[in-house]
Design a protein around this ligand. Structure first.
Ligand code: EPZ
Length: 424
């Protein structure tokens, strides 16, 4: 297995281009199944998760046409016919977003058989909200041999669905299903993460009728069919936040290009509170820290527009060398502290108390061999390694390749000493 090596201590300076958002690209790809016409996505990120989901779409009958020119990636998806309504375990267990084909398959074909999902090991991650929502829309759902087997032979019907918990994936699934249902569906307490908004905007450009985009109540009037479109994938706020934190951690000065500060404002607010200089301009964000030590800052993860759980590990890495003690509370996933024991290998002083981590800032980190446990945790280890004295080796980097495009190249261009060693 490949490993990433970092010789820490260099300040990051320069520009980092931000890619299209993984967590928008994946549900957008599943939305393309809703029509037999071509849906073309610009600004796609080049990631293994995108390839894995592409393989599933192929199995279901989609034809994928990638156009790659340098770092620009455009993907056209055309699904003249759905040739299979089964999403097999072998793929769905590897990437959680592939479970989201459930909504489009059921809406377009009246049936679907989708393996229960996998994805990063950060909690139990049940699918009850998807199932209850689709049942409200008239689907009959059974769990058979690890598969969700859903049928709506007479089509889905509009319904009022109030979710007790805000779920990104359930919102994507029910929103897509509702676009082709008969009548009106109202999704209350819907997720309003920027990626959900991006998907909703794309669906509208495919002919869907959706009101309330960007709010927690979505009203969808079902239509008979959707058509093709061209869509530009929104910038990746988690990638942007990760590099912003990396810049701050190394006392650097970095401008994030094609970033939208409004999509990760809560993280920028926390960074400012810690003493980081943040300047947002049209389409870019500059992050700098010159000489001064960071101040301990508390954060609590929340649904959007709160502090994102997908930046919790990275922010914790930042706090490891801050002055004082910071309290980091994780409210979204019950088991998202796997990075704590790995950060300890760098000499970080962190104790866990239920859903809280107390980070007692130390003067410096020291490089160490560490193991990536999930996607965002891997990014936290890179951030720690960039600031640590000496060499860090990060193993199991396939997690990183799932969600960060060309990470060594982007960091290397800003002065980091980082390289990948291929497994022999
Ligand atoms: C999405 O996961 C993202 N994944 C996650 O990013 C992100 O951490 C998460 O949203 C929260 O923002 C993608 O977009 C591919 P949820 P998702 O359903 O949709 C509970 C990354 O690193 N819940 O919003 O799976 C659930 O257990 C990944 O890129 C139920 O109880 O998350 C959790 O506590 C990791 N029942 C909470 O809701 C359900 O049926 C939020 O989960 C569904 C969810």
């Amino acid at each position: 297995m490949d490993s990433i090596h970092i010789r820490g201590g260099n300040r990051l300076t320069g520009d980092i281009p931000i890619s299209g958002a993984k967590n928008a690209a994946l549900p957008l790809m599943t939305a393309a199944l809703l029509t037999d016409e071509t849906v073309k996505f610009h600004n796609m990120p080049q990631l293994t998760d995108v390839q894995t989901l592409g393989k599933l779409l192929n199995v279901l009958g989609a034809e994928l046409e990638p156009e790659i020119a340098g770092h620009s990636y455009t993907l056209s998806i055309t699904t003249p016919d759905i040739v299979s309504t089964t999403a097999p375990y072998e793929i769905v267990s590897r990437i959680r977003a592939s479970f989201w084909v459930l909504g489009p398959l059921l809406a377009r074909c009246g049936k679907a058989r989708v393996s229960l999902p996998g994805g990063c090991a950060i909690g139990a991650r049940p699918v009850d909200l998807y199932i209850k929502g689709l049942q409200k829309m008239g689907a009959q759902i059974d769990l058979v041999d690890g598969y969700v087997v859903a049928a709506a032979p007479d089509g889905l019907k509009g319904a009022l669905i109030r979710s007790p918990v805000v779920s990104v994936g359930a919102t994507h699934t029910l929103l897509m299903a509702a676009t082709l249902a008969e009548g009106e569906t109202i999704l209350e307490n819907a997720a309003r993460e920027p990626e959900v908004t991006d998907v909703a905007n794309c669906l509208v450009s495919m002919g869907a009728k959706i009101d309330g985009i960007g709010t927690s109540t979505l009203r969808i009037q079902g239509v008979d069919r959707l058509h093709g479109t061209t869509h530009h994938v929104v910038a990746d706020r988690i990638e942007a936040g990760t590099y912003a934190i990396a810049a701050a951690m190394t006392g650097g000065d970095v401008t994030l290009k094609n970033a939208d500060a409004s999509t990760f404002e809560a993280a920028l607010v926390a960074m400012r509170a810690a003493g980081v200089e943040v300047e947002s301009r049209q389409g870019e964000v500059r992050v700098a820290r010159n000489g001064t030590r960071l101040q301990a800052t508390d954060v609590v993860t929340q649904v959007f527009p709160g502090f994102p759980t997908d930046l919790q590990a990275q922010f914790m890495a930042l706090m490891t060398t801050a002055e004082g003690e910071s309290e980091i509370t994780e409210t979204i996933f019950e088991n998202r502290f796997m990075h704590v024991q790995e950060l300890a290998r760098f000499g970080a002083d962190i104790s866990l108390h239920g859903d809280k981590a107390l980070v007692h800032g130390v003067e410096k980190l020291k490089g160490a061999p560490v193991m990536a446990s999930d996607l965002r945790a891997s990014a936290a280890l890179i951030i720690a390694g960039l600031a640590a004295e000496g060499e860090t080796v990060i193993n199991r980097v396939y997690h990183l390749d799932r969600g960060f495009e060309r990470i060594e190249e982007k960091l290397g261009a800003c002065g980091a000493e980082i390289w990948r060693e291929k497994a022999s």
